[in-house]
Write a protein that binds this ligand. Structure first.
Ligand code: SF4
Ligand SMILES: [Zn+2]
Length: 407
């Protein structure tokens, strides 16, 4: 390598390291304020019912969130910039196998349901999500024994057609998938946080800690080897990006997820705000706005155009008509579940609800016409168009230094 190229490389590496330290340092500082709440270890964090598009029809899906030990990436490196799921995990206590078993048994016998007028039978739900506010396949967060216990009991419920779980890519190993397959022969889909296929965006804006994407390729290959489905989570509009950069990144990332990594489905997750996240911190300083819902149209059109299709298994995450069976999503923010975002992506107060209804419709058809049907809003459509014109000539490094470096 020539001297000039070598120097450039060293400077780039130094800039990356400095920016990365600034982001991680700030995230860790914010996390130190996370309250240590006294959670009941044998009670589920949340159970809700919502609609899901499965094999050409709309079915009921139950989303079960275990009270869990929380994400390891979050505990060791501060976690991702937009996430604060650790708000819902005990900080100094540990959820044991026995605690998880008791939580899961309350699903099996329906005893978690808080209202006397309602009953619950897992067999009524063709799609079942089992989440642990982290990686269900990381044995440091939840033991293999526990995961096997959950899947072995799911095998008894033939009304359940598909089970969706989540894990960071590095824990999606052949060993753990084999252990699951020994217990369960139904359809399993594993959601993996990719967020962005652009290195700088993923590592600096998301703080994802997946420097080498070969672990994503390995995870998808392992899933397919065990006849499981791979779902990619793509975060739309991380911090430090303009609206138009974020749109472009979400399109490119989604296309990469299908074409390069071979994912079976993509879920686009517009950033929402939870307490104790870096995204929320920047929002409070007026340095971040959640993404516009109008932008989702551009993203879906962009993906369909580049993939040359008119429908794909692309979900828009975060917007459901949910019925909460257990949890604490009270009417006021103060009563709400600790993992519940206090702000989701939005347009203006006049048209956000219409757009959210269109998203719910889209999630049941994957037809972009459902999004196009929302009438241009007199109050905000022009503002959104203008927002898309904003350009930032600074590099990501410079933005991070400007925003976090001078404190
Ligand atoms: S997004 Fe996933 S990997 Fe990132 S901190 Fe949250 S739970 Fe952990
Ligand atoms: Zn509007």
């Amino acid at each position: 390598m020539s001297y000039l190229l070598e120097t450039k490389k060293i400077l780039k590496e130094r800039a990356f390291k400095e920016a990365s330290q600034l982001v991680e340092g700030k995230i860790k500082e914010i996390r130190s304020g996370t309250p240590n709440l006294p959670f009941e270890k044998t009670k589920l964090a949340e159970v809700e019912i919502n609609k899901f598009f499965y094999e050409g029809r709309t079915v009921d899906r139950v989303m079960i969130v275990l009270r869990s030990n929380g994400c390891q990436h979050y505990k060791t490196n501060g976690g991702c910039s937009m996430c604060a799921h650790l708000n819902g995990a005990p900080l100094t206590d540990k959820i044991t196998h026995q605690n998880y078993v008791e939580q899961w048994n309350s699903v099996i016998d329906g005893s978690f349901v808080e209202s006397a007028e309602k009953s619950f039978n897992l067999n009524d739900y063709p799609v079942v999500c089992v989440y642990n506010l982290g990686s269900l396949l990381n044995p440091e967060e939840i033991s293999v024994e526990t995961v096997k216990y959950i899947f072995s009991s799911l095998n008894e419920y033939k009304g359940v057609k598909k089970v969706i779980i989540e894990s960071r890519a590095e824990y999606v190993t052949e060993d753990i998938l084999k252990a699951i397959r020994e217990e369960y022969d139904g359809v399993v889909e594993v959601g993996i946080g990719v967020e962005s296929t652009n290195f700088l965006i993923r590592e600096l804006c998301h703080h994802k800690a997946i420097e080498d994407t070969s672990i994503i390729t390995d995870a998808v290959n392992a899933l397919h080897k065990f006849n499981m489905k791979a779902l990619a989570y793509v975060n739309f509009k991380p911090i430090f990006l303009t609206e138009s950069e974020a749109i472009e990144d979400a399109i490119k990332t989604s296309v990469d997820c299908f074409k390069k990594f071979g994912f079976d489905a993509v879920s686009i997750e517009p950033t929402s705000l939870q307490e104790n996240s870096l995204a929320n911190y920047l929002y409070n300083l007026g340095l971040y706005r959640v993404p516009w819902l109008w932008s989702l149209r551009d993203i879906i059109h962009g993906i369909y155009n580049q993939m040359n299709v008119c429908k794909l298994d692309i979900r828009l995450g975060g917007y459901f008509d949910e019925e909460v069976l257990s949890g604490s999503q009270g009417a006021g923010f103060s009563e709400r579940n600790e993992i519940f975002p206090h702000m989701t992506s939005s347009n203006c107060s006049y048209c956000t609800n219409d757009f959210v209804e269109a998203i719910k419709q889209f999630n049941m058809t994957y037809d972009v016409n459902d999004l196009d049907a929302v009438k241009q809003c007199d109050h905000c459509y022009k503002l959104w168009l203008d927002t898309k014109k904003i350009r930032d000539s600074r590099s990501i490094y410079e933005r991070i230094k400007d925003i976090l470096g001078g404190e």
